[in-house]
Design a protein around this ligand. Structure first.
Ligand code: ADP
Ligand code: MG
Length: 156
């Protein structure tokens, strides 16, 4: 529906963007896909987003577990469920059912997905796709693609 490009000279731009998304009311039930090669900054973005949402303590990369779950307390609101997926090591389609991912995706809450291309055809279309590209000077070119009305809300 709508695409926007940003330039992140360093990680502080990633942090600023994550903090602004965290304040967006449309984030609560959104699905976000993070795209980019190894080291592009997908997990780093998720860490900044989770910090901005109030997660304290260590934020693990779900590379081995495939998913890390969070229940975030929100003043005056029900807790926010966040699922952070990394499908890099995902192997068989059966894993999708066995691991209960279908149920997780059907439940309300924020879903953050790295390597969604490994489970192509199973994931519902994301609201927002964030493409991270590393440049020679270690900056990032970031493509924000809204695929749903909620995604457009997130780009506001
Ligand atoms: P991925 O999950 O995409 O494989 P990571 O987030 O694990 O990548 O690693 C990205 C690395 O790049 C981190 O060491 C991070 O500090 C660094 N980095 C440098 N600049 C940026 C930036 N602008 N945005 C995000 N990460 C950055
Ligand atoms: Mg990662």
């Amino acid at each position: 529906l709508e695409t926007r490009t940003q330039h992140w000279p360093d990680e502080s731009s990633c942090e600023v963007f994550a903090a602004s998304l965290a304040r967006n009311a449309a984030l609560a039930d959104a699905t976000l896909e993070l795209e980019g090669t190894l080291g592009a900054g997908k997990t780093t973005f998720v860490r900044h987003l989770l910090r901005a949402l109030g997660v304290q303590g260590r934020i693990k990369s779900p590379t081995y577990a495939v998913v890390e779950l969070y229940e975030l307390e929100r003043p005056g609101l029900p807790p926010l469920a966040v699922s952070h997926f990394d499908f890099y090591r995902f192997e068989s389609p059966d894993e999708w059912e066995d691991a209960g991912f279908r149920e997780l995706f059907a439940a309300p809450g924020l879903k953050l997905c790295e390597w969604a291309e490994k489970v192509a055809g199973r994931l519902p279309p994301p609201d927002l796709r964030i493409g991270l590209q590393m440049e020679a000077d270690d900056s990032r070119t970031v493509t924000l693609q809204a695929l749903t009305p909620r995604g457009q809300e997130l780009l506001r």
